[in-house]
Design a binder for this molecule. Structure first.
Ligand SMILES: Cc1ncc(COP(=O)(O)O)c(C=O)c1O
Length: 462
């Protein structure tokens, strides 16, 4: 029978459907011109034999190329998780029976795996619901615990909102925050950092790699500066773990935020590494309750999620070298094809110090949302955030000096483990086709091509 599926396969389909459903919700933002329902449509079409037959001879669409937003669960991760939904369902805090002991053993095994992956003592790995919680826990936890020592925190402008909004909240509570600027590639200046440190500084929070432009910060150098000046160093490594070598001692990191769903693990689980000695970092907890996780994070442990996270990180670390070389080759191929076949395109982010799967590009004279609409069958992100009635250009692109106009023309391609060469070729063809189509309709592009300097134009408004 052609469609016979094992229980495992069925479970995988159900889980993937749930994952895709969540993605659908995420993308269906309120803006009229918001990106499309490709994943939801794909699911609805999944069972149509016609669709399947039609796709057989070509690249399977929709193509998922938004791996900085989230990643699908790797089938090997799902396989590791499945028993913990059914047979091994105990509460890891239940000390009186075998169900609890088995769950606890699984959690401790994964704590060990995660500790090993980042060069940390496993007992300093605290499980959370994801990187947003880890960032909050690290920054608010340090701020509150060390309040007597000082009230100054240093971060930088292209951090994820989980860091920036946490810092803003602390400002409302009377803390002082310095937001370091970045250069046109998204890097902070280490001299700016040195100058910003003062006696009241208790924490530096600088991400390892950026989620929009992929720029990799000089984390090791920051660690040295922080240590020398006796300031704690937190790094949001959500986009970096499993993709870049991370060793908390070698990098001088005191607190490290992680999340499973960027590395082919499940959503809703992550961890915070909290240094145990040299120095021992103390945190005021965000939650109060059963005293789980050595009192730092109360709440019944998400055993299934933790198993998925641990397995996902093991796989990512084991395969890091090959995978990042493969993903980089695909990314470079896409970048080269777009640069060769289109004029007036610009890469945002660092030319070399950039995540292997990241390509953030501006396509001058094209409106990014229209481009996304034209590319419905490819899941990408735009350089605008549809968080309000108006489309705001990305604050990250603004911070590296990209003009609002150009930021609106930007797309983020996030390549990952399951992307293929055929998908890259297809994507390059389709982007070239769409950009050319939109430019053909653009009077500005026509004027620019006929030699008019648009910057010197005086626009008349009635
Ligand atoms: C750099 C960075 N930090 C934090 C987060 C938030 O992670 P989570 O979804 O696990 O809360 C993300 C997710 O987009 C991210 O990319």
């Amino acid at each position: 029978m052609e469609n016979a599926a094992s229980t495992g396969e069925l479970a995988a389909i159900i889980l993937q459907s749930a994952v895709a459903g969540l993605l659908f919700e995420h993308f269906a933002c309120k803006s009229r011109r918001a990106p499309v329902h490709f994943v939801g449509n794909a699911l609805r079409e999944h069972n149509g034999t016609n669709t399947r037959r039609r796709l057989r001879n070509m690249v399977k669409t929709p193509i998922y190329m938004d791996n900085h937003a989230t990643t699908p669960v790797d089938p090997r991760v799902l396989e590791a998780m499945l028993p913990y939904f059914t047979d091994v369902f105990g509460n890891a805090a239940s000390r009186n029976h075998v169900f609890g002991h088995q769950a606890e053993a699984a959690v401790e095994e994964m704590r060990g795996a995660i500790g090993a992956a980042i060069g940390a003592d496993p007992k300093n790995v605290i499980f959370t619901s994801g990187a947003t919680e880890s960032d909050n826990m690290a920054i608010k936890g340090v701020a509150e615990f060390y309040r007597e020592r000082g009230n100054h925190i240093i971060t930088q402008v292209t951090e994820h909102k989980a860091v920036l909004d946490t810092c803003k909240e602390l400002e409302r509570r009377g803390y002082e925050v310095t937001y370091l600027p970045v250069d046109r590639h998204g890097l902070i200046d280490l001299d700016d950092l040195r100058k910003a440190i003062k006696p009241e500084t208790i924490l530096i929070s600088v991400m390892m790699a950026n989620n929009e432009i992929g720029t990799i910060q000089p984390v090791k150098e920051i660690g040295v500066i922080a240590k020398k000046r006796g300031v704690l160093f937190h790094s949001d490594a959500t986009q970096a773990i499993g993709k870049l070598p991370v060793h908390v001692d070698e990098l001088g990191i005191d607190l490290l935020s992680m999340s499973a769903h960027k590395i082919y693990g499940p959503k809703g689980v992550g961890a915070l590494y909290v240094r145990g000695k040299n120095p021992r970092v103390r945190l005021a907890p965000l939650f109060h309750g059963g005293g789980h996780e050595r009192g730092m994070r109360s709440g019944t442990l998400n055993v299934t999620g933790i198993v998925g996270f641990g397995r996902a990180l093991q796989i990512a670390v084991d395969e890091m070298e090959n995978e990042s070389a493969r993903v980089k080759r695909l990314r470079d191929k896409l970048e080269a094809a777009l640069k060769d076949r289109l004029d007036e395109v610009f890469v945002n982010g660092h030319p070399t110090l950039r995540l292997a799967g990241n390509l953030n590009m501006s396509f001058a004279y094209v409106e990014g949302e229209s481009l996304l609409m034209g590319l419905r069958e490819i899941a990408l992100s735009s350089g605008s955030a549809c968080t309000s009635a108006t489309l705001e250009p990305s604050y990250v692109l603004k911070a590296i000096g990209v003009s609002d106009d150009l930021a609106h023309t930007s797309l983020r391609f996030g390549l990952g483990r399951f992307n293929t060469e055929e998908e890259v070729d297809y994507t390059a063809d389709r982007v070239v086709e769409e950009v050319n189509r939109l430019r053909e309709m653009s009077p500005l592009y026509e004027m620019a091509k006929s030699g008019v300097d648009l910057k010197t134009m005086a626009w008349k408004r009635d």
